[in-house]
Design a protein around this ligand. Structure first.
Ligand SMILES: C[S@@+](CC[C@H](N)C(=O)[O-])C[C@H]1O[C@@H](n2cnc3c(N)ncnc32)[C@H](O)[C@@H]1O
Length: 190
């Protein structure tokens, strides 16, 4: 349910001149959606080669060579962003936390490196940009990670960031969506 909601946030934000980072590309479903929005450039990161290959395969199969070439792949931890991230204006950075469905569940996002990454993501974003984080509190690390991410988000200065947190109140283990907007208009008003 929140995947569609996340997609609608991204769609509203982005235009054809914009660039985005998928910080956990996994099986490539989210990168696929971003590319279908007609962006200028997408950087797709994942710590696992299996995920990079799955994402590349999906995009190469569904898009022309020219469109698919808008995506650059980086097998690395998102604790750091590739050099190229600092050379282009990044409008959106997305995280779909947890493990790669259908693979080794031991390889999953961890709260300390996730927070480190989100801090860098916020610094990297252009004004008016967005970080989108899908959390999965239904498994143990996912539970701790969601708490850490929410606590971090609460600590952000309200005159610089607009934050929206979506949760299903009657389903405590269901996925949650956190949206952090780096807002330039707020700074001007205060
Ligand atoms: C839930 S999956 C992502 C699903 C993906 N967005 C999709 O549309 O298919 C989470 C991914 O995070 C990756 N991951 C775990 N730790 C990471 C890290 N430190 N840096 C980058 N990726 C990481 C995993 O390898 C896994 O592929």
């Amino acid at each position: 349910m929140f995947i569609e909601l996340a997609h609608s946030y991204w769609k509203q934000l982005l235009g054809p001149e914009d660039c985005a980072i998928d910080a956990t590309c996994g099986n490539g479903f989210d990168t696929y959606f971003l590319l279908s929005l007609g962006l200028k450039k997408i950087l797709a990161l994942d710590i696992q080669s299996q995920a990079i290959e799955a994402t590349k395969k999906r995009l190469d199969e569904h898009f022309s060579k020219e469109i698919a070439s808008k995506v650059s792949y980086f097998q690395m931890s998102h604790e750091n962003f590739p050099e190229e991230s600092y050379q282009i204006p990044i409008k959106l950075i997305i995280y779909n936390l947890g493990y790669l469905p259908g693979s080794d569940k031991k390889i999953k996002t961890l709260h300390s490196s996730t927070i480190e990454s989100i801090k860098k993501a916020l610094a990297l974003l252009i004004e008016g940009g967005m970080v989108s984080i899908m959390c999965y509190p239904g498994h143990s690390e996912g539970y701790d990670e969601e708490i850490a991410v929410v606590e971090f988000a609460k600590s952000l200065p309200p005159n610089q960031y607009e934050i929206c947190y979506h949760t299903q109140l009657n389903k405590p283990k269901s996925p949650r969506l956190l949206i952090i907007n780096k807002s330039s208009s707020f700074q001007k008003r205060s």
